[in-house]
Design a protein. Structure first.
Length: 337
């Protein structure tokens, strides 16, 4: 990466031998930033906004202008895939994502693979534009097949797992057909993001925690298939929510993990994996002195680890004060050599 800042990629390869800590944030761009809200207010529909590559670029760069971040993450959403496969989604205030159709309502729901990648071209255009303008690595991302299936099944964010558990028991071959169809599109989606300039890929399995013993069958097997298809020089980071990574590490070729807030990074830091996350973004509500002390503590604790990346265990929420985030990150970054 020439003279560019590559400490994130070094850490993902467990080769960050300097006394510094790479930093990026889950959902680092979004509704807690006034500059995001300004642009967002010009669009009634989220997807109308993200289909514009120059806007995606601007939204990606916004947090980099504010904070000392060591990575950019392409501004888009995991729900681009069902949208591109013919099931559009709208974000309704206070309700989250609402799909035009769902497997619960319509067990015959069809996913269209044929033009899916063409329909996602705006993401690849945005990726190229962003890449030309940054001096830190660019993270591309996707939802996992399972997590996207959960949204398709419920047509919205799930409130419990009863219905989907019943469906998996009685219709497992249909579930696998949907998962396979999405895995194929996601494979090409990841590939095209890499071709367009993504330096690493994060897979969000945000609803992985809905599965227990059947996690391997319905989620991990498809994530592993994707992981094996990605060139070995591109690090892949797996984020699962509601699940400790103990049960996963042994069963996947993936070696970079983003922990959620319930796991414990200290249980995993000495393993031969790269590790990020776990920090609860609610801590950003602490007062300024506490935040500075916390940043110093984190730096002292992890500065010698070659595989540690500072990140959050869940996305930043709109109630968080961006200035507090700045105070914390400035302290963490200023301690680095
Ligand atoms: O800088 C960034 O990281 C922003 C890019 C990004 C977005 N979504 C933009 C977005 C990323 C990485 C995502 C991932 C995402 N989207 C996940 C995985 C991470 C996680 O939190 O588990 C999930 C589950 C989604 C699905 C999703 N997208 C939901 C549930 C919602 C609505 C509720 C919410 O939290 O906002 C979205 C919409 C969305 N995606 C917004 C943003 C900034 C807000 C939309 C708006 O402005 O109206």
């Amino acid at each position: 990466m020439n003279s560019k800042n590559s400490i994130l990629l070094d850490a993902l390869r467990r080769e960050n031998n300097q006394e510094n800590i790479p930093i990026w944030l889950l959902r680092q761009a979004g509704r807690y930033l006034p500059e995001y809200m300004k642009i967002r207010s010009q669009y009634s529909d989220f997807f109308d906004m993200i289909r514009k590559p120059d806007i995606c670029k601007e939204l990606t760069l916004q947090p980099l202008r504010r904070y000392p971040l060591d990575a950019a993450i392409t501004f888009t959403d995991i729900l681009t895939i069902p949208d591109a496969m013919g099931v559009p989604v709208k974000f309704i205030k206070g309700k989250g994502p609402i799909f035009s159709d769902s497997i619960i309502k319509n067990p015959q729901l069809e996913l269209k693979s044929q033009n899916a990648i063409k329909n996602l071209d705006y993401v690849f255009e945005a990726t190229k534009l962003i890449k030309a303008d940054i001096n830190v690595p660019l993270i591309g991302f996707t939802g996992s097949p399972w997590t996207l299936f959960v949204y398709l099944f419920y047509g919205e964010s799930p409130k419990n797992r009863n219905e989907i558990s019943g469906y998996l028991k009685n219709n497992s071959s249909n579930a696998h057909s949907y998962l396979k169809a999405m895995t194929e599109v996601i494979h090409e989606y990841i590939d095209a993001q890499i071709q367009s300039g993504a330096d690493c890929i994060q897979i969000f399995d945000s609803w992985g925690g809905m599965l227990d013993q059947d996690y391997e069958e319905f989620s991990l097997q498809y994530i592993n298939e994707l992981a094996k298809s990605i060139p070995s020089n591109i690090p892949i980071i797996l984020y699962t929510r509601g699940k400790t990574i103990d049960s996963i590490i042994e069963s996947t070729p993936i070696s970079c993990f983003n922990l959620d807030i319930s796991d414990n990074i200290d249980h995993h830091i000495n393993k031969s994996i790269a590790i990020q996350g776990n920090f609860d973004p609610q801590k950003f509500h602490s007062d300024v002195n506490e935040l500075e002390e916390l940043a110093t503590k984190i730096f002292e604790k992890y500065k010698k680890n070659n595989n540690y990346i500072f990140n959050l265990g869940s996305g930043i929420t709109p109630d968080i004060d961006p200035d507090k985030v700045g105070i914390f990150l400035e302290r963490l970054s200023s301690l680095s050599s």
